[in-house]
Design a protein around this ligand. Sequence first.
Ligand code: RFL
Ligand code: PHB
Length: 397
Amino acid sequence: MRTQVAIIGAGPSGLLLGALLHKAGIDAVVIEQRSADYVLGRIRAGVLEQVTVDLLEQAGVAERLHAEGLPHDGIELCFGGARHRIDMHALTGGKRVTVYGQTEVTRDLMQARSAAGLPTVYEAAQVTPHDFDGARPYVTYTAKDGSAQRVDCDFIAGCDGYHGVCRQSVPAVALTTFERVYPFGWLGVLSDTPPVSHELIYSNHERGFALCSMRSPTRSRYYVQCSLDDADAWSDAAFWDELRARLDPEAAESLVTGPSIEKSIAPLRSFVAEPMRFGRLLLAGDAAHIVPPTGAKGLNLATADVGYLAAAIGEHYAERSDAGIDAYSARCLRRVWRAERFSWWFTSLMHKFPETGAFGQRIQAAELDYLVHSVAASTALAENYVGLPLELPLQRG
Ligand code: RFL
Ligand code: PHB
């Protein structure tokens, strides 16, 4: 098979890239190692920046997002037994975020892809990128029926997440990686219960961090900071008790509990691999960088990379210019490092770090107090939370 762009990975990065390239008249094949149901079963991010919404619109897949997504103008910070609202909308001159699950984004992209008859290969084994340092790269894989397949292409997009094959195919000497692993995880629970508050609550508590989020007016997503043990060790009752203990009295009182639909522990990590381009292999999303989820930046960084990448590939074909491809890595990394900084800062501010002791807790309390009482400090939080701009004209092709 021959295509212009072979996309490895059918997560949000790969599917969105496929949709944006299709809009620009560029052929792509998406090759995914898991089944479509498995990909849809992963419960992950829930908050979309305006940049992500704009890109989904540009890709023509924002109809349901506009109908069902929940626009949020603020977040609440809970500490010292009380909640304090950060009015992001007022502080950023009218920007907001949209609460809409990654599962739904992925479902919309999958449906649009199959409705347009675009090729996606699921359950591909031994997916391998080849010869990306030359002019004729290709990807090989074993199809579900056991047959050996080869896709010749102009570019390979590595959208295969943190554990994917693309970054691992790059010679170690060509890569520099930066990493911080946090000594705790997040235990997440999804439940068909009404959210405790109509905005997200990020709580700093001496027992540890907690987050109250949602997927819809009838479905809640809650997290508590935990040790990296097995999620099975947590009964639903133990989870609800722990969450309640970390909220202010009013929220604790009004929290509606119910059976968990999903319960899992996610480790927290900051990670960046530089550069993001090796000849004709371009990495995007979690394949190149990971942030701890505290600032809700993971998915949004992935879509921003893809925005830059789709524009760069579009420029290659429409204008016969590789300026965008050449600038791709540096452009992404500038924005990536700013989001890494924000996610690290927000994680450090909100979580319990045993090693910092009572001094660290007092410093966090002082910073939170400053944050909610200083317009300058809350503006910096709001500006980063709603998302930094993409330095690119988005509408092309
Ligand atoms: P994904 O979503 O990991 O998709 C990569 C896809 O590539 C496939 N793949 C391969 N395909 C072919 N061949 C191979 N060798 C392959 N290896 C892997 C995988 O099966 C998968 O389908 O990466 P992408 O598209 O870059 O999207 C990034 C986002 O998914 C990610 O940043 C966020 O979900 C991060 N994240 C969260 N972000 C938030 O903003 N808020 C959250 O609450 C949040 N929770 C999470 C998360 C990430 C998690 N991970 C990665 C463990 C919770 C978890 C558990
Ligand atoms: C979520 O709804 O899953 C979510 C929201 C905000 C975050 C992280 C996760 O910062």
